[in-house]
Design a protein around this ligand. Structure first.
Ligand SMILES: [Zn+2]
Length: 226
């Protein structure tokens, strides 16, 4: 079997990731200037969809930053970035519906989200500790440190992989709701789909980078144990 040099793989992965970032920024920017026909703001749409899903207890707040929109399951709060919150663009409405999708996942106990949330503490600890162990292993030459670092890093890779179904599912729920509740019209649905697909692609790119990093670490480990 032929192996591609892990460094070449990493460069390819970084190009994909860079492209994904550019794509999400440009797609978001483009559809941020397209006002949706019904004229509801993102915050209004989120409130409406949450209430329609029986989630009256979920709060909605503005949050600083660009593309910082998220749903926090700990305090059941949906946070929309300032450029999204009061916007009635197709992009903003799509993002609001996507975050609503996460709130519904949380409420219905969607398994990949539960697994993802339970991995958060492991990943927070592991992603820092793994590199520390790997660097220590390289300095000291102690192989078990490297292997332990790789095990911890694998948890981070697992986290990014389990994030993929969570993200795709939230977007599917969002598009389903926007359509069934009659919030967006046909051509607007296509635009919202493009925005959410571009956002999902950044998660795919991040997962590819992590997998390539893991391949690099595994090949490093094998070389050293030979
Ligand atoms: Zn999401």
């Amino acid at each position: 079997m032929q192996y591609i040099d892990p460094y070449t793989l990493l460069i390819i992965a970084m190009i994909i990731s860079f492209y994904a970032q550019i794509k999400v920024q440009s797609t978001f920017k483009r559809y941020s200037s397209v006002r949706c026909n019904k004229g509801y703001t993102a915050a209004q749409v989120a409130r409406y969809l949450l209430d329609r899903s029986g989630l009256n207890d979920v709060k909605i707040e503005p949050v600083a930053g660009n593309l910082t929109d998220h749903y926090d399951p700990r305090d059941k709060t949906l946070r929309l970035s300032q450029s999204v919150y009061n916007s009635n663009s197709v992009a903003a409405v799509g993002v609001a519906a996507h975050e609503t999708g996460h709130a519904i996942q949380h409420d219905t106990g969607y398994a990949p989200l539960s697994i993802r949330n339970s991995l958060v503490p492991v990943v927070n600890f592991g992603s820092n500790a793994s590199w520390l162990l790997i660097i220590l292993a390289l300095i000291t030459g102690i192989q078990p440190l490297l292997n332990l670092g790789i095990v911890l890093f694998s948890a981070a890779v697992l986290f990014q992989l389990i994030t993929l179904p969570v993200e795709f599912n939230a977007s599917n729920r969002a598009l389903g709701l926007l359509e069934s509740e009659g919030i967006l019209y046909n051509d607007e649905m296509d635009s919202a789909r493009k925005v959410l697909s571009a956002a999902a692609f950044t998660y795919v790119a991040a997962a590819i980078i992590s997998i390539v990093q893991l391949i690099r670490l595994l090949s490093m480990s094998r070389r050293r144990s030979d």
